[in-house]
Design a protein around this ligand. Sequence first.
Ligand SMILES: NC(=O)c1ccc[n+]([C@@H]2O[C@H](COP(=O)([O-])OP(=O)(O)OC[C@H]3O[C@@H](n4cnc5c(N)ncnc54)[C@H](OP(=O)(O)O)[C@@H]3O)[C@@H](O)[C@H]2O)c1
Length: 305
Amino acid sequence: MPSKNFTFDNIPDLSGKVALVTGANAGIGYITARELARKKAHVFVCARNIEKGQSVVATIKAETGNELIEFLQLDLLSLKNIKEAADKFMARGLGLHMLINNAGIMATPFSLSADGIEAQFATNHIGHFYLTQLLLPALEKSAPSRIVVVSSLAHRALAPGKGIDFENINTNKLSIWARYGQSKLANVLFANELDRRVKDKNIYVNSLHPGVVKSNLMQGPKLSWGRWMAVYTAIQNFFSLSTEDGALTQLYVATSPDIENDNLRGQHFMPIGKLGTMSAKAMDKILAKELWDYSERIIKEKVGE
Ligand SMILES: NC(=O)c1ccc[n+]([C@@H]2O[C@H](COP(=O)([O-])OP(=O)(O)OC[C@H]3O[C@@H](n4cnc5c(N)ncnc54)[C@H](OP(=O)(O)O)[C@@H]3O)[C@@H](O)[C@H]2O)c1
């Protein structure tokens, strides 16, 4: 169990702040939304499933007494749906102080999104890339604001040798784990490149590894590998962080005054609430620019923007 540099009690008062959390109906995203709500933030709970999302909104309201919790339907596997969600949010004219790009899937069997993009890359990277672009004006308006990109240690260990295998992103040539590592490396490359681009706008962009956490994320490998993975999961769960502890690092990056006081931007954080290191590939500025251009191109091709 890593030592804690941050606890829920350290989250400052967030009255008047607006936060949007993707994948907030389960796992560490749910805990993140709940604890932001407890400290009085106006929280948008994003989930793809309407029933699950609405039920989580009701639970968070009941648990925290904060009525400023809203559901925003968001399916990262559809660029059209992402645009609709962002338009709905932007139409409110509220501004945005914290965007937490948390939703993710891991090692799922090969499949393509509604737009023909490999599902892990679409959910973990492209969907969040597009969402962030669409929400940037609100983050700019609310500056100093923060963008928190939830990556993984897998960005270091599991990505293909090239880092991002552009030719094979939407093919079945990479293993389920290489596709996950690639998407999580894309998270860190995106955070770093975005930070370089918005530095002057007083927006802080950072990425993180939350720790190995007991959550629904193992559904992917179970779907891919069946019951053997179920046995592995049971063993791994024994050594994993609770979702409460797993959410602490992103809560630290989203809310701690350290971020602005110490000008922590374009950094990678580790559990629990500590400054960490990223892989050499993640620091590659040329690769980051190449990924940025690829992501813009693919979105333009699919939605004409
Ligand atoms: N758990 C770990 O050990 C670990 C380690 C390193 C990094 N992470 C990262 O932490 C983040 C959160 O994972 P978790 O452990 O909390 O897993 P989780 O319990 O499986 O939660 C993932 C969340 O993402 C949502 N999601 C998946 N696909 C989506 C889509 N197409 N559109 C919108 N939302 C979608 C899920 O919604 P549904 O309920 O509808 O599926 C769920 O709310 C992920 O980015 C993951 O890569 C986790």
